[in-house]
Design a protein around this ligand. Structure first.
Ligand code: C2E
Ligand code: CA
Ligand code: CA
Length: 707
């Protein structure tokens, strides 16, 4: 092989190139070794090395040419493709080995080749890419030249190229059609006839535009074709539907290219079309499966979230949806778990399917998406609402649709749902807020009795968030001793002497300041913290009462301590109280425990038994807020009770004469008479004015308590 001119003599920057021929073959061997296996090649190994040696020479020519010209490097890239090295690996490995090894292997140590290496690699890669593209179009190129050939004058050549053209046309497994520049179809092979389901004469009488799917037209998918017809574009590829005269369509991967006449004007458009309907159907099916719940067929959570995100995106891009509103129903079936657990999952599944169907029948419509969020939770997304009432109407319809029982496998199941409704402007909210609030609201619907809808209420939410925060802070507040006790006098009306005090707990919250028991006692009951808190109040109050006893002797007031329902049901309550009395040294008759009616009445025997034991030990027992509960009078006489406390609400009516309520006065008088008949003392709460005190004394009430 006679090498190119640079193989002898010196290059311009002085690099020695003598003996490079052998070296380029060595590099080609190396190159061949990394290319092995990257593509299927119909060449023997030594043939590959021969080829790569030539390509190496091309690259070196480009590296050393003066002035610089990347042409040979491009050619090398294109030739690699022509030799069928067409995989991504082929080019990647080639670029790497050239970049890293070509200069050292060939002993090219000069500055200039190194500086040019990047440009040479770029040229090589560009040539490779062009080569690939040409390969894709090669079938068309062949047709292209055949068409041109067909126009040639020589009769023999015409026949030869016609034959070549026909053979390629007829045999191609891929659909090929030729249209003139008006779009009239002038040729179609049998594969294309099969794709379109049309006869040859019908196809030849058609125009390319007859195959346009209306949706694609709107989406501009056919614009490129018009550009090609006008000669503004030479090639394009697209995946689109071809309409068939039977009303169906096929998905086709279409490569179009323009054949120009001698004067460069557009003559024909050649389209190569591959039927990809099945591949398309498969990917559609996968997409559907990924976005739908297999049990009910409804859109699933991910499709819902996707749609929601798009609603918000459209609302925030200032487009048509700007200023729009959105609504949502969050629906959770009531008692579904019971059905599932007792009748089995098969029944549960069928119930879910039936609920899904009812939802769909009742409320499906434009701008509404019904989705299954998982388990027994469903959502309805409502776009373009005008107010809460729109979404409430949907919630009502849903509840109605679920009302009739569902018959499944011999069971007649009635299922209700709790629905959270949220409706608001898109601006100023996020999709996450919307979903969270709808979910919270659904819980309110459940808490308020199930089988109903509730509308999101920011105040209720703030209140509950506040409750939650307080509730979570309670245990630490106990540890940090943030509670304290205030004592309110109980004054004997006969002589206006303070005979007792009620211990009332307060919380000095580090941020919120002083909190009354109304803010935290029920939270403490819910969490159970009332037991240690109540024990602490009891101990504190008893210690205080003991110190008054030491100071005032027989004039010292007794202390009255509230006992929550939960405390009264603690198994160790009697021992607890007695231990506190013993530890603080307070005589039992100096302690009074206040219990509400509900803590005493209608409970099991145990708390009552506990009260008896405490009463037997000398502790006074009072019924708190008497008159507000069931006031089971018959029961009252069998209780170990020493005092009734009349709730402040009745005492309100005993204020100054002009604001007095005769019914309240009558009730208080009756309660006092009743208590005395049962040999109980009576304390009226909430006494704020001297007038009230005077009237209570006249009625015969024993003591009064209040501001
Ligand atoms: P209660 O047992 O009925 O306590 C009387 C409530 O009436 C107290 O409210 C007291 O401040 C209020 N009050 C007193 N005089 C007047 C008045 O003249 N007018 C009006 N309008 N109200 C008056 P407070 O302290 O907010 O306690 C509320 C409730 O919290 C108590 O109602 C009691 O049920 C509970 N509680 C307070 N401390 C404890 C405790 O240590 N343990 C338990 N379990 N509950 C407690
Ligand atoms: Ca009380
Ligand atoms: Ca009370």
């Amino acid at each position: 092989m006679t090498g190119p001119a640079w193989l002898s003599g010196e290059s311009t920057d002085g690099t020695s190139v003598t003996g490079t021929a052998r070296r380029s073959r060595v590099f080609a061997e190396l190159w061949a070794s990394v290319l092995v296996g990257t593509s299927y090649i119909p060449l023997r190994r030594d043939e590959v090395v021969d080829l790569l040696t030539e390509l190496t020479d091309d690259l070196v020519t480009a590296l050393l040419a003066e002035p610089f010209a990347p042409g040979p490097a491009r050619a090398a890239g294109a030739r690699l493709v022509a030799a069928h090295f067409t995989s991504g690996d082929s080019v990647e490995r080639s670029v790497r080995i050239i970049g890293e090894r070509l200069l050292p292997e060939l002993g090219l140590t000069g500055v200039q080749p190194a500086a040019r290496m990047t440009a040479v690699l770029g040229g090589f890669a560009a040539g490779y890419a062009l080569g690939l593209r040409e390969r894709v179009l090669s079938e068309q190129e062949a047709i292209h030249s055949a068409v041109l050939d067909a126009r040639a004058e020589a009769e023999a050549a015409l026949r030869a190229s016609e034959a070549k053209f026909r053979a390629m046309f007829a045999d191609a497994a891929i659909g090929i059609g030729i249209a003139d520049r008006t779009g009239r179809v002038v040729e179609a092979n049998s594969a294309l006839l099969r794709m379109t389901g049309m006869t040859r004469p019908a196809v030849l009488a058609s125009n390319v535009r007859d195959y346009v799917h209306p949706d694609d037209l709107a989406d501009g998918l056919w614009d490129s074709f018009e550009h090609v017809c006008r000669g503004e574009l030479d090639h394009y590829q697209v995946e689109k539907r071809l309409c068939r005269p039977d009303g169906g369509w096929v998905w086709a991967h279409v490569t179009c290219s323009l054949v120009r006449g001698d004067d460069g004007s557009p003559q024909f458009v050649v389209a190569v079309m591959e039927d990809v309907t099945e591949r398309h159907a498969l990917s559609e099916r996968l997409r559907y499966q990924a976005t739908h719940d297999p049990l009910t067929g409804l859109p699933n959570r991910s499709l819902f979230l996707d749609r929601l995100a798009r609603v918000f995106a459209a609302g925030n891009d200032g487009g048509a949806a700007a200023g729009g509103r959105v609504g949502m129903c969050y629906l959770d079936l009531d008692g579904f778990k019971v059905i599932n657990d007792s009748l089995g999952h098969a029944v549960g599944d069928r119930l879910l399917v039936s609920v899904a169907r009812r939802l769909d029948e009742a409320i499906a419509g434009r701008g509404r998406l019904i989705a299954r969020m998982g388990g027994d939770e469903f959502v309805v997304l409502v776009e373009g609402t005008t107010g809460t009432e729109d979404v409430v109407a949907i919630a009502r319809t849903v509840l109605d649709a679920l009302r009739a029982p569902v018959r499944i496998g011999g069971h007649e199941l009635t299922v209700t749902a709790s629905i959270g409704v949220v409706e608001r402007p898109l601006a100023g909210t996020t999709s996450a807020d919307l979903v969270r609030d709808a979910d919270i609201t659904q819980y309110w619907a459940k808490a308020d009795g199930k089988g109903r809808w509730r509308v999101y209420d920011p105040e209720r939410n703030a209140h509950e968030v506040g409750r939650f925060t307080l509730s979570a802070a309670l245990p630490a507040a106990m540890d940090r001793e943030e509670f304290f006790v205030e004592y309110q006098p109980l004054v004997r009306l006969r002589d206006e002497r303070t005979v007792g005090v009620e211990a009332l707990v307060r919380w000095m919250h580090p941020e919120l300041g002083r909190l009354g028991p109304d803010r935290f006692i029920d939270l403490a009951e819910e969490t159970g913290l009332i037991v240690p808190l109540g024990r602490w109040v009891l101990r504190t109050a008893c210690r205080q009462a003991r110190s008054w006893l030491d100071r005032f002797g027989s004039d010292a007031p007794f202390v009255s301590v509230n006992l929550a329902v939960r405390q009264s049901r603690e198994p160790g309550i009697v021992d607890d109280v007695l231990a506190v009395l013993r530890d603080t040294g307070l005589p039992p008759h100096q302690l009074q425990l206040e219990l509400t009616e509900s803590a005493i009445m209608g409970t099991a025997d145990e708390p009552l038994e506990a009260l008896r034991r405490l009463a037997d030990a000398g502790v006074r027992i009072a019924i708190d807020d008497f008159g507000t509960g069931y006031s089971n009078l018959a029961y009252l006489r069998h209780l170990p009770v020493t005092e009734l406390k009349i709730a402040g609400s009745f005492v309100e009516g005993l204020r100054a004469a002009e604001r007095s309520d005769p019914v309240d006065a009558q009730i208080v008088a009756t309660l006092v008479a009743l208590a005395h008949a049962l040999d109980l003392t009576v304390t009226a709460e909430g006494v704020e004015t001297p007038e009230q005190a005077r009237r209570l004394r006249r009625i015969g009430c024993d003591s009064a308590q209040g501001w």
